[in-house]
Write a protein that binds this ligand. Structure first.
Ligand SMILES: Cc1cc2nc3c(=O)[nH]c(=O)nc-3n(C[C@H](O)[C@H](O)[C@H](O)COP(=O)(O)OP(=O)(O)OC[C@H]3O[C@@H](n4cnc5c(N)ncnc54)[C@H](O)[C@@H]3O)c2cc1C
Length: 417
C-alpha cells in the first residue's frame, strides 16, 4: 500500500519505520528541514514506563487552583478566550475521578511496557545510537504526603509487572544515585524502576529517519500541509506548500502524526480531537570532566522536573503551561529549572551557559493518546502523546502499523474506533 505519514517527529518517524518494515511504500511530509525539530527536539529524554499517573488525577484540581497566577508554577493554566482550551479543561476535570484515573493509568502503563520492549528490539536489530542509558529511573519525593500517594501508585504498577520499587531509606537512595550527596536531607523517599531508560529523542528520531530513508522511505521536508481533502467518505489527498509551489499528494492511506496541530488539521473533516498544547521547558548544560552529575535518570515530584544525562550533557526538563501555541521563552520559568538543579546538584554541571528550549506537548485531557482508525476508512491517527511521546513512540507506531494491516495489536489498549 502507498501510505503518507503526516509529520516527522518521533511519532511520525517511528510510524514510517514500522510501516516500511511491514512492506509499505511510505512517504513522510514534514514542514521542517529535518526530522524531530519540534516537540521531539529537546525533551526530558526519559523512557519512563513508571511515569504512568496522568496529570488528571483526584489531587490535580486543588493543585491547579493553588498554582493559578504563579509564574513559576509546575502546572500553569493561563485562562484564555479559547473555546478549545475550555472544552479541554472541562474534560480534564472529568478525567480526575478516581475510576477514570485508574483506567487511564493502566492504559498508559500497558502502552509504556509494550513500547519499551519494541524500542529495545529495534535497538538490538539496528544498533541505533542516541546516548541511551539503561540505568533505570529514580522518582524522588520531598513531601511525605506525595510519597504516600506514590507508594499506592507503585503497588498498582507492580500488579501489572512493572518493577517500581519503594525506597524509604536514604542510604539506599544514595547507593542508586550518589550525586544526591548534600541534598539527600531534603528527600523523604523515592521509587526506583530499574527497567526504565533514557536517551536523546532528537538523535534517535534523526538517526531513525536516516535509516528509514536508506530503506526507501521518502521524506518530503520543507513541505507545509495546508489541508487534508476528502471526496465522499474517503481522504483524496493532502495539499502541501513547498516554497511557492502547491502539491496534492495522494496515497491509499494517511496517518496523522501532527502533535498539537493534529486537531486543527482534521477539524474540517468532522473529527473532534481534544488535543491542547502544554508548553514545557528544558535546559541543557555541559557536564565537565570529573563533575558529580547524576547517572540515573531522575524525576523530581515536587517541581515536576526530570533530569537525564545525555552523553556529556545534563538535560533538565518539565513544567507545563496551557497558554495556546506561544513558543516564547519565559525567563522566570527558564531560571527556575537551573535554580532547582543547582540546589540539588551544585557540582554536577557548568550552569553558566545553559541552552534553553521550549516545546508544546500534544496533551489530551486523560494523557492517553489517540491511536487507531477514524470514520474515514483510509485515515488513521497516531497523535496526542502529551508527556510521554518518547516513551510511547515505538509501541504506538508498531500498533498503528498492525491496525493498518488489519492485524490485532499486541498491546491491550483503548484504541480509537
Ligand atoms: C519539556 C518537555 C519534556 C518532555 N519530556 C519527555 C520525556 O522525558 N519522556 C517522554 O516520553 N516524553 C517527553 N515529552 C513529550 C514528548 O517530547 C512528546 O510527546 C513527543 O515529542 C511528541 O512527538 P510528536 O512526533 O507527536 O510531535 P513533534 O515532534 O512535534 O512532531 C510533529 C511534527 O509535525 C510537524 N508538523 C506540524 N504541523 C505541520 C504541518 N502543517 N505541515 C507539516 N508538518 C507539520 C512538525 O513540524 C513536527 O515535526 C516532553 C515534552 C516536553 C515539551
Amino acid at each position: 500500500m502507498k501510505i503518507v505519514v503526516l509529520g516527522a517527529g518521533v511519532i511520525g518517524t517511528t510510524t514510517a519505520w514500522f510501516l516500511n518494515q511491514a512492506g509499505h511504500d511510505v512517504t513522510v511530509i514534514e514542514r521542517q528541514p529535518n526530522a524531530g525539530l519540534e516537540t521531539s527536539f529537546a525533551n526530558g529524554g526519559q523512557i519512563s514506563v513508571s511515569h504512568a499517573e496522568p496529570w488528571a488525577n483526584p489531587s490535580a484540581p486543588f493543585k491547579i487552583l493553588k498554582w493559578l497566577g504563579k509564574e513559576d508554577a509546575p502546572l500553569l493554566f493561563r485562562l484564555r478566550a479559547d473555546l478549545n482550551q475550555w472544552r479541554w479543561g472541562l474534560q480534564f476535570l472529568r478525567e480526575c475521578s478516581p475510576a477514570r484515573t485508574q483506567n487511564n493509568t493502566l492504559n498508559i502503563l500497558r502502552l509504556g511496557l509494550y513500547s519499551r520492549s519494541v524500542l529495545q528490539k529495534l535497538r538490538a536489530e539496528t544498533n541505533i545510537q542516541y546516548d541511551a542509558l539503561t540505568k533505570g529511573i529514580l522518582h524522588f519525593y520531598t513531601d511525605p504526603h506525595e510519597f504516600e500517594n506514590a507508594i499506592a501508585a507503585a503497588k498498582l504498577m507492580r500488579s501489572i509487572e512493572l518493577d517500581r520499587q519503594v525506597i524509604d531509606n536514604k542510604n539506599d537512595i544514595l547507593k542508586i544515585e550518589p550525586a544526591f550527596g548534600s541534598s539527600i536531607d531534603q528527600i523523604v523517599g523515592a521509587t526506583y524502576t530499574s527497567s526504565d531508560e533514557s536517551g536523546d529523542a532528537h538523535k534517535f528520531t534523526q538517526n531513525l529517519a536516516a535509516l528509514a530513508a536508506s530503506k526507501g522511505v521518502n521524506f518530503l521536508y520543507n513541505h507545509t500541509i495546508t489541508q487534508i481533502k476528502q471526496i465522499q467518505d474517503r481522504i483524496s489527498c493532502v495539499t502541501t506548500q513547498h516554497h511557492a509551489e502547491t502539491f496534492d499528494i495522494t496515497a491509499d492511506a494517511y496517518v496523522v502524526c501532527l502533535a498539537s496541530y493534529s486537531g486543527l488539521m482534521v477539524r474540517n473533516l468532522g473529527i473532534p480531537l481534544l488535543i491542547y498544547p502544554a508548553k514545557g521547558y528544558s535546559a541543557t548544560v555541559e557536564i565537565p570532566e570529573g563533575a558529580n552529575a547524576p547517572n540515573v535518570s531522575l524525576t523530581d515530584d515536587e517541581y515536576k522536573l526530570v533530569f537525564s544525562r545525555l552523553g556529556k550533557r545534563l538535560r533538565i526538563a518539565g513544567t507545563a503551561e496551557l497558554n495556546g501555541y506561544d513558543l516564547n521563552l519565559n525567563e522566570v520559568r527558564c531560571q527556575a529549572l537551573i535554580k532547582r538543579t543547582e540546589t540539588l546538584f551544585p557540582l554536577a554541571a557548568d550552569y553558566a551557559k545553559p541552552v534553553f528550549w521550549t516545546g508544546l506537548r500534544p496533551a489530551t485531557p486523560s494523557n492517553v493518546p489517540y491511536i487507531g482508525k477514524t470514520k474515514y476508512p483510509n485515515l488513521y491517527l497516531n497523535t496526542g502523546h502529551g508527556t510521554l511521546g518518547w516513551t510511547h513512540a515505538c509501541g504506538s507506531a508498531q500498533a498503528i502499523a498492525d491496525i493498518i494491516d488489519r492485524k490485532k495489536p499486541e498491546v491491550e489498549f483503548t484504541f480509537t474506533y
